[in-house]
Structure formats: structure tokens, C-alpha cells
Design a binder for this molecule. Structure first.
Ligand SMILES: C[S@@+](CC[C@H](N)C(=O)[O-])C[C@H]1O[C@@H](n2cnc3c(N)ncnc32)[C@H](O)[C@@H]1O
Length: 274
């Protein structure tokens, strides 16, 4: 079936959505459903739930997927040493124009301060970057100092944890499909435990959900978290069914398996769903 829109890069559609908020920036799933992305929040200077994140950044902080730099700028204003990192060049420029110190680079590329960051921020659902949260959390564990903490914003509890294929749409522009992932509060502990991290704190604020993940926490805490999630899985959540249905029970395989399913789903629905 032919596609009626020319395909743009995700970076182009994302940047257009940030610069022109008169039209919604939509995330479209392979099954045709859409979700409006909160670009007004990303382009803003502050959200009330940001303070909980900012208050917990106590040392040199890496703002991963900093976008136009809302949190990077706010941390610098508090006197916290902070570096943003983002792969979208025009958005990096927006952040720099606001005074943020930002590297135009992927979080998976070589970064300064590897193994020495006190805090790594993954705000605004950025745990979805790359569609493989286990790999991303393991990368954060490498970037953090031995006493470092990752502050991670999760999807809401009612969003099923899973790997997905998505594309961006804005004012008639459509991107190609790319991998993303949703991780909710029920699913983070097990992923963290398999990344060398432990959930040391959970909080929610203004309908946003967060965890602090520590590199240096008692192994007992990791075990308790994993056991509690295993109990939840036995109770039959959708995320648990995905985990159980994996041939190999390690989370990496589970996420890859669900991503493969999403790829298959995309091939099966290879049409313009709009
Ligand atoms: C949900 S938006 C983040 C919004 C941002 N936190 C803010 O305050 O506006 C996701 C961001 O992740 C960036 N991104 C995607 N893949 C990345 C990667 N591999 N490394 C670094 N940044 C990435 C995108 O360019 C985008 O700016």
C-alpha cells in the first residue's frame, strides 16, 4: 500500500513539533493508536514535578536526552555542575541558546566523565530511548560513579511495560518507524536489578512517576525488589505475561523478544495507519 506522506527523520518531526506547538506532536504505534506528546512541557522552563528531580541532583549530573534543556538549565541555575547530552542537533542548539552546556552525541557514544557522574537523569520517559531499557540502564551504570544514582522517570502505572515501534507525526509530517519502550513502576525493579542498579526510592508527583536507582545499595534490597515483582508477575500483569512468555527469562531477552514481536507486528501492518 502506498504511503501518502513523504518520510522525514524523527529528528526533523520532533524539532518541528517543539518549534510549532500550534499542531500536536503525535506518537503513533504500529496498531494505529496515537498519543499526544507533551511538547509544551519539554519546551517550558519548569514543571512542578521537576523540583523533586532537581532536589536529588547533589553532584555532577548528566542529563541524558536533555532535549531543549529544561532540566539542564535549571540545574545550572542552582549551581549544580551539569552536562546535557542529546542526539538531535537542532534541539541541542535550542538548549545551547538557553544557556545549557550540551554535547550533541548519543548516550551510547564515548562521553566525558565515564564512571564519575554522581547523578544521571533520565526524565520525560527517556528510559524508552533505543527501545531496550536494560541496555540503557546498563549504560547508565557504567557512566555513574560507584556511589552514583540514576533518577529515572517512568511511564504511568496503567501503561503496559513493553517494547514498541513508533513514529512521530506533526502537521502533516511523518517520520520513519523507530524503537521505543515503556517501563512502568511495576517493571523497573527487575530491569534495574539486572543492570547492577537497585531501586532505593520511589515517588510520584503531579501524575509523574519516578525512581532513584543506586549503584551502591544492599544486595538484599535488589533481591527484595525482584521478589516483590516476581509476586506481581504471578498475579498476572501484562508485563509479567510478556516476561513469562520469553523463552529465556532474563529481561534482556524478554525485551528483545517483545521488540521482535513489535517488528513482526510492524511488518504485518506495513501500511500508513493514519
Ligand atoms: C522525550 S524527549 C526528552 C525531553 C527532554 N528531557 C526535555 O526536557 O525536553 C527524548 C530526547 O531524547 C533524545 N535522544 C534520543 N535518542 C538519544 C540517544 N541515543 N542519546 C541521547 N539522546 C537521545 C531525543 O533527541 C530527545 O530530545
Amino acid at each position: 500500500m502506498s504511503i501518502s506522506h513523504p518520510i522525514a527523520t524523527a529528528a526533523t518531526v520532533y524539532t518541528a513539533g517543539l518549534l510549532d506547538t500550534s499542531a500536536p506532536l503525535l506518537l503513533r504505534y504500529a496498531d494505529g493508536r496515537t498519543r499526544e506528546l507533551p511538547v509544551a512541557l519539554w519546551a517550558s522552563a519548569w514543571h512542578p514535578a521537576d523540583d523533586g528531580l532537581l532536589d536529588r541532583c547533589t553532584g555532577p549530573t548528566l542529563d541524558v536526552g536533555c532535549g531543549p534543556g529544561r532540566l539542564t538549565v535549571a540545574l545550572a541555575a542552582r549551581g549544580v555542575p551539569v552536562l546535557g547530552v542529546d542526539i538531535t542537533p537542532d534541539v541541542v542548539q535550542l538548549a545551547r541558546d538557553r544557556g545549557a552546556l550540551v554535547l550533541a552525541r548519543s548516550v551510547f557514544d564515548r562521553l566525558p566523565g565515564t564512571g564519575r557522574w554522581a547523578t544521571a537523569l533520565l526524565a520525560d520517559g527517556n528510559l524508552g530511548i533505543g527501545g531496550d531499557p536494560l541496555t540503557l540502564l546498563r549504560r547508565l551504570a557504567v557512566l555513574l560513579s560507584p556511589r552514583g544514582v540514576a533518577l529515572v522517570e517512568l511511564d504511568p502505572p496503567d501503561v503496559p511495560g513493553r517494547a514498541v515501534r513508533v513514529r512521530l507525526e506533526h502537521a502533516g509530517q511523518v517520520s520513519g518507524w523507530f524503537a521505543w519502550a515503556h517501563v512502568n513502576p511495576a517493571g523497573i525493579g527487575l530491569l534495574a536489578a539486572h543492570s547492577g542498579l537497585t531501586v532505593t526510592e520511589r515517588w510520584s508527583d503531579h501524575h509523574r512517576w519516578f525512581v532513584a536507582l543506586s549503584r551502591q545499595a544492599a544486595p538484599a534490597a535488589a533481591e527484595a525488589e525482584a521478589k516483590s515483582e516476581a509476586r506481581g508477575q504471578r498475579a498476572g500483569s501484562r508485563q509479567a505475561r510478556l516476561l513469562r512468555s520469553a523463552r529465556h527469562p532474563a529481561p534482556a531477552d524478554c525485551w528483545r523478544q517483545t521488540r521482535d514481536s513489535a517488528n513482526r507486528c510492524e511488518k504485518e501492518t506495513a501500511h500508513d495507519p493514519s
